[in-house]
Design a protein around this ligand. Structure first.
Ligand code: NCD
Ligand code: ZN
Ligand code: ZN
Ligand code: ZN
Length: 355
């Protein structure tokens, strides 16, 4: 195939962990938004499982202050839902996007595993923005039940194929429910986990080859692609006593999916829907005028961990084939990234929902 230039809207990711404050050895607002732009993402939403977690007005304002003047892409924040944070819900509706509820154990201290606490959270969230759940396996049924009981919009993070029939059923019954798929669940499987060792550990864990195939087959039921960019240092990943869950992903989505597009596994139109149109609508993201990305399609090349902008500096997709490179990123009429180089100082803005 001849190399071609393809113009895309700036990519959007509603699920990234930029680790500031509390984990800036692995990422910070500057390095994380550089990784975003270098990967073609112009608008991203940060998750609340920091130390301290983003569960009150003070911690949210602190993130906004820390980000100002240092971010390369536009950046918004999701808010953490737990018993303590309920009182702040009315105060953050116009400042934050989704309400993130961790129904199973993962990185951080935001686990909400008691049903009374979950009920209260679903009851008191009065915004039209989605409640985003980390709900592994059958836990998704509990989330769906709560969303129906309290008539709330639900967004299921990092879905696995076993969850798609429950989601389709709820959708048919009239529930406003969306879901996202992560590149690592589509492009890696448990065989890779053997090679990757701790670098292949994340929540939910990698799928079997059969499940991975099913996920590709059912992709039409999925609203969006989210990277769940969850950087940890190599030291933390190889820690024998407590290896961390999560992998980085912002800089590898475009090459991986352009390879999949060239193989006919997904269309370019569908990729654009899943990385900009759908997340923008569902999360009421502001418009980004005069913003686009130029992708150069390439012969298949091996993805490497050299030249990454994420501070963690590794990728679980190393040695997989990619077939597209970010040639140029234009944000509000200004070229901010070209041929691997950032141009000028950070041009990103802190964003708030269109409500
Ligand atoms: C995420 C992290 O490290 O913050 N880890 C992960 O394995 N996905 C948390 C999460 O999204 O569950
Ligand atoms: Zn060719
Ligand atoms: Zn999660
Ligand atoms: Zn996550």
């Amino acid at each position: 195939m001849k190399s071609q230039l393809v113009k895309l809207p700036g990519l959007v990711d509603v699920h990234v962990h930029l680790r500031e404050p509390g984990g800036t050895q692995k990422e910070d607002f500057a390095s994380g938004t550089k990784a975003a732009i270098a990967g073609g993402y112009t608008q991203i939403l940060d998750m609340p499982n920091n130390t301290p977690p983003t569960i009150d007005l003070k911690s949210l304002k602190n993130k906004i202050d820390l980000a100002k003047g240092r971010i390369y892409s536009d950046l918004g924040f999701n808010f953490g839902g737990n018993a303590q944070s309920i009182e702040y819900f009315p105060k953050i509706y116009k400042k934050a996007f989704g309400l993130k509820v961790y129904m199973n154990q993962t990185t951080g201290t935001l686990l909400v595993d008691k049903n009374e606490e979950r009920e209260m959270i679903f009851k008191y969230w009065k915004s039209d923005l989605p409640i985003m759940v980390h709900a592994e396996g059958e836990t998704v049924e509990i989330a769906i039940k709560l969303a129906r009981k309290f008539k709330k919009r639900l967004h299921v993070c990092h879905i696995t194929p076993d969850q798609l029939s429950s989601i389709s059923k709820a959708r048919k019954a009239g529930l406003k429910i969306s879901c996202e798929v992560c590149p690592h669940h589509l492009f890696l499987n448990q065989k890779d986990e053997k090679k990757l060792g701790p670098l292949g550990i994340m929540k939910p864990h990698l799928l079997t080859e059969i499940e991975q195939k099913k996920l590709w087959q059912d992709l039409d039921k999925v609203d969006m692609i989210s990277t769940d960019h969850a950087p940890h240092t190599l030291e933390e990943k190889y820690d024998q006593t407590a290896p961390k869950f999560g992998v980085p992903g912002l800089e590898t989505t475009v090459p991986l999916f352009f390879e999949a597009i060239s193989k006919g596994k997904i269309t370019l139109k569908r990729f654009i829907e899943m990385t900009s149109k759908n997340p923008k609508t569902i999360f009421k993201l502001p418009k980004q005028p005069q913003t686009h990305v130029i992708i150069e399609t390439t012969e298949p090349f091996k993805i490497s961990s050299l030249n990454l902008f994420t501070k963690c500096n590794w990728t679980p997709f190393k040695n997989l084939y990619g077939a597209g490179k970010i040639k140029k990123v234009v944000l509000r009429g200004k070229t901010v990234f070209k041929d691997g180089q950032f141009i000028d100082k950070p041009q990103g803005k802190v964003i708030t929902p269109n409500v």
